[in-house]
Design a protein around this ligand. Structure first.
Ligand code: PHE
Length: 344
């Protein structure tokens, strides 16, 4: 029995000696000190021995167990330190390296322009329409029919408007004017709203024209509204937006949903009226269409044109941004070139 214990001791010390890493030493611990170990077995069976042997073997077994445990702990410490040092060495961090740089983002110039324009109209009592009253995927009914646009109007042509495959009458809106109808069906006069958003037109892309652009629709319906109110609001908007009065002109025009109608031009900022690529040589840039809401449109939404009148306008956000910031190509807004975008 004593010899057996001695053998266990020797085997254990050799195993401790040979352990290469902390995993090995854990295994050694299990092998020699666990409940199922040989040593523990001997201790468990002491009761079968004589009193004399019980004392001798018992104390020797305890002594050996202590010794093994101590050696295991010692070795474990050594190996643990070694592994830790290796790990620290391997995972060394060079604190002198530059950190990773995340540039600050900012609002796109078009978003800034929309917010600025909406704020100007807020100041004149216009509120922003709810999104659901200004959807981009629209039906012909809202984009054309309710706006008094006849069935054979060229805007309804596939050459000009993007039709979808959702249904024959579902289109990408070609103007924000549908928001007028949605709004007049939602609330009763007095109405004073602006509705910004994207519009889509199927036409050739150039420095002035893109398939996708932004408009801000405005609508005011109340009693005793006249063309003078429209002129006053438009001139006030232009004065605030451009920071000073700029040369403008009201040209008589035609829209099926306003009568009378006007197009409002601002003098070309690029050439100061001399004529250039941006203004197609005219010296003027059209920034908005406007007019008095056609009585037919009011009737369509069951507002009595004998009691109420109103005006509507639709302005091109890109044009307004181009004029204010002297941007000479509309495509710059959509190319996502940060060298352009970060200037604003
Ligand atoms: N919807 C017209 C366009 O896109 C602009 C407009 C809006 C004209 C409101 C009159 C009134 O050209």
């Amino acid at each position: 029995m004593q010899q057996t214990l001695e053998n266990i001791r020797e085997k254990a010390l050799a195993a401790i000696q040979n352990a290469q890493n902390t995993d090995n030493i854990e295994d050694v611990k299990i092998e020699f000190l666990s409940r199922k170990s040989e040593l523990n077995n001997i201790k468990k069976n002491l009761k079968d021995l004589s009193n004399e042997d019980k004392r001798i073997i018992g104390s020797l077994a305890n002594k050996i167990a202590h010794e093994i445990e101590e050696k295991i702990n010692e070795k474990y410490q050594q190996l643990y330190q070694k592994e830790l040092n290796e790990k620290l060495e391997k995972e060394r961090i060079d604190i002198t390296l530059p950190g990773s740089y995340t540039p600050y983002g900012k609002e796109h110039l078009l978003t800034q322009t929309i917010n600025e324009i909406v704020e100007i109209f807020n100041g004149m009592g216009f509120s922003l329409v709810h999104n659901e009253n200004s959807p981009e995927v629209e039906t012909e009914y809202f984009n054309f029919d309710m706006l008094n646009i006849p069935k054979d109007h060229p805007a309804r042509d596939m050459q000009d408007t993007f039709y979808t495959k959702v249904a024959p009458n579902v289109i990408l809106r070609s103007q924000t004017s549908g928001a007028q109808i949605h709004e007049m069906l939602t609330q009763k006069p007095p109405i004073r709203v602006v509705a910004p958003g994207r519009v889509y037109r199927c036409e050739a892309v150039s420095a002035r024209k893109n398939n996708l652009f932004h408009q801000i629709e405005g609508l005011l319906v109340d009693k005793d509204i006249t063309f003078a109110d429209l002129k006053g609001v438009m001139n006030e908007f232009i004065r605030i937006y451009f920071g000073s009065a700029r040369p403008t002109r009201f040209r008589n025009s035609f829209f099926p949903f306003t009568e009378p109608s006007a197009e409002i031009d601002v003098q070309c900022i690029m050439c100061h009226g001399k004529g250039c690529r941006v203004c197609s040589g005219t010296g003027w840039l059209e920034i908005l269409g406007a007019g008095m809401v056609d009585p037919n449109v009011l009737r369509n939404v069951e507002i009595d044109p004998e009691i109420y009148s109103g005006f509507a306008f639709g302005m091109g956000v890109e044009r307004l941004a181009m004029l204010k910031w002297a941007v000479d190509d509309i495509r710059l807004f959509f190319n996502n070139d940060v060298r352009f975008l970060k200037q604003f």
